[in-house]
Write a new protein. Sequence first.
Length: 388
Amino acid sequence: MTDTNIGWVRSWGASPQSPYGGLGSLDDHPPFADVTLRQVVRLSGGGRRVRVRFTNEFGTAPVTIGAAQVGFAVPGGGVRDGRVLTFSGATAVTIPTGAPMLSDPVDLPAAALTELSVSLYLPGRVDTCTCHEPVFDTGWTIPGDAVAASLLPTDATVLPVRALISAVDVVPDAPASAVVVVGDSRTDGAGSTPDTHHSWPELLAARGAGFVVNQGISGNRLLNEGVGAAVLARFDRDVLATPGLGCVVLSVGGNDLAISFAPRDDGPLADFLKVFPGAPVTADDVIAGYRQLVTRARDRGVRVYATTIAPFEGADAFTPGCEIARQVVNEWIRTGGEFDAVLDFDAVWRDPDHPGRIREDFHSGDHLHGSDAGYRALAGSIDLALFG
């Protein structure tokens, strides 16, 4: 069967972010110049052809890629069966300010859950690096052009962000569609063990849900910007423009409520709250935001699922007022009839003896983010028939 019968489907993604106003992973890092970036991604679904989406969407100047390659990742930073990436046939490309750039397709048959290595050489200086942070898969910065190196050079250093790549698409062997999960740090995988692919969307893919794309941003909100553009602002780019999109899972809103109900004083959260502009919002505001996303998705013929907001009593940002609002939003998600299915993460994580808290074995120590076991429980609670 040819590519005209089976089209591209997104198999991996990471929502692009500005390096400024986020978690600060690049604050003390020198600009990239005359270096190779080598990064590992894991496909959720397999295919026979691959293309990589590079990104300069938050850049302040054009970015030149002098060479790029994709191959199978080898533990320790190595690569095997590398394929040169080209751009309209050229081995180098300049990405305009504010733009993404798709590579030409390459033949690279890869099964579901295969780890790929993407290397790109930056001959010039990159002062503003479009990135994703934090990064849960170790990547490396290597001096000079090391794109073709099959082994990781000894002078490599750890890359603190996901840099300048935002997606990998494949041509599958049979018709398929993508599930895009859009959310905050609990979707992103905060609290999970690095290099183990233990975010719940990745664990869902490992259970056999097919093409599952994680578009979580740690610190993200539904209605207002802060750490990353708000979901309402990035929904078209990160979700609706996804090749092969079949359904979206909405898992957001908790940060909107937590930040809105947090004390506005000189307490321990004062500096943290400065990252999040905008007036406080209510449960009704969050519900209205959800309705906007549902309408926009349905206009594209996309199924829409939602997760309830899991508890977080005991976390630094918790307040009783926020808990009341969380319960209001969750009741609407469960009973409002807006969604094709509801994934009740609140029910999975809550402590039966203290429903406002996460079970002790399911959080990472901060009463907010999941442990590996917690994220396994979320992924394990989802009916795979929803993605058939």
